[in-house]
Design a protein around this ligand. Structure first.
Ligand code: TIU
Length: 232
C-alpha cells in the first residue's frame, strides 16, 4: 500500500511497512528550562509549540503500524563517549555532565535526559541513545534499520538545523528516502529552521523532502478512502 504525500520539491511516496517515523531528541534537556538547551543560552519555549503536532504525527504512525524510532542525545555517566571539545562547550558550571535542576546535564538516565511524557515511547518502539548530533554516529541504528528492511524515514523533532538536519544528512548518505515534517520540527532560531527547510529541498531535494503534517494526514486519508472504494 503506497501513500503519496504532496511534498516539496516532489511527491514523497512511501509504504508504511518499509518506513520508520524518527523523532529526534524530544527530551526535557532541550524543551524545558534548566536543561542543556537553556544552559546554552536559548529560550526553550518555541520548542514546546510543536509538541501537539509531534503527538499527532506519532499517533498517525502508530495507527499505520509504522516502526517508531525515538532518539535521545545522551552521554554515559563517566562521559567516556563525550569528546573534550563537547565537554567544555558552554558556560562554566553549565556544561555536559554538570549538575542542573533536572540532574546532570545531557547524561543518560538523568531526569532531564528523558523524552517528554507526552511523547513517551511505547513497548516495541526503539529508543536510540546517541552521543553525537547524527543518529547513525556511534549507534546501532544502521544495523537495526537494515534488519527491518526500512528504506524510508519520516523525520520530526529538535533542533531542526542541529540534530535533525545532521541525522537527515547521514540518512541521505546511507540511501534512505527522507521526509521532514515542517511543523513537527523546531529550532531556537526561526531563521535557521527556515534555512534548513530550504536547504533540504533545494537542488531537486538534495537531502530529501519536506511537507506540513496536514499533507501527510491528507495522503493517508486518501489512501484509506481508496481502499474502501476498492471494496465497494
Ligand atoms: N543546541 C542545539 O540546537 N541542539 C543540540 O545541541 N542538540 C540537538 O539538536 N538535539
Amino acid at each position: 500500500m503506497m501513500i503519496h504525500v504532496n511534498a516539496k520539491p516532489h511527491v514523497f511516496g512511501f509504504d508504511p511497512v518499509s518506513t520508520a517515523l524518527v523523532i529526534i531528541d524530544m527530551q526535557r534537556d532541550f524543551l524545558e528550562p534548566g536543561g542543556f538547551g537553556a544552559a546554552l543560552g536559548n529560550d526553550v519555549s518555541p520548542l514546546q509549540a510543536i509538541v501537539p503536532n509531534v503527538e499527532n504525527l506519532l499517533a498517525l504512525a502508530r495507527a499505520k503500524n509504522m516502526l517508531v524510532v525515538h532518539t535521545r542525545e545522551s552521554h554515559l555517566p563517566d562521559l567516556s563517549d563525550c569528546p573534550h571539545t563537547k565537554r567544555i562547550h558552554g558556560k562554566p558550571g553549565l556544561c555536559i555532565g554538570d549538575p542542573g535542576p533536572m540532574g546532570r546535564i545531557l547524561v543518560r538516565d538523568e531526569p532531564g535526559n528523558q523524552i517528554i511524557p507526552q511523547l513517551a515511547p511505547m513497548a516495541g518502539e526503539w529508543v536510540i541513545d546517541k552521543p553525537g548530533k547524527g543518529m547513525f554516529y556511534a549507534t546501532e541504528l544502521a544495523d537495526k534499520l537494515a534488519s527491518r528492511d526500512i528504506t524510508h524515514l519520516v523525520f520530526a523533532g529538535v533542533t531542526t538545523e542541529v540534530c535533525v538536519q545532521t541525522s537527515m544528512r547521514e540518512a541521505n548518505d546511507r540511501g534512505y528516502a527522507c521526509l521532514l515534517i515542517e511543523n513537527a520540527t523546531e529550532s531556537y532560531f526561526p531563521s535557521f529552521k527556515q534555512a534548513t527547510l530550504d536547504m533540504v529541498v533545494a537542488q531537486g531535494g538534495i537531502v530529501g523532502c519536506t511537507a506540513p503534517l496536514v499533507a501527510l494526514q491528507a495522503s493517508i486519508y486518501e489512501e484509506e478512502n481508496n481502499k474502501v472504494s476498492e471494496h465497494d
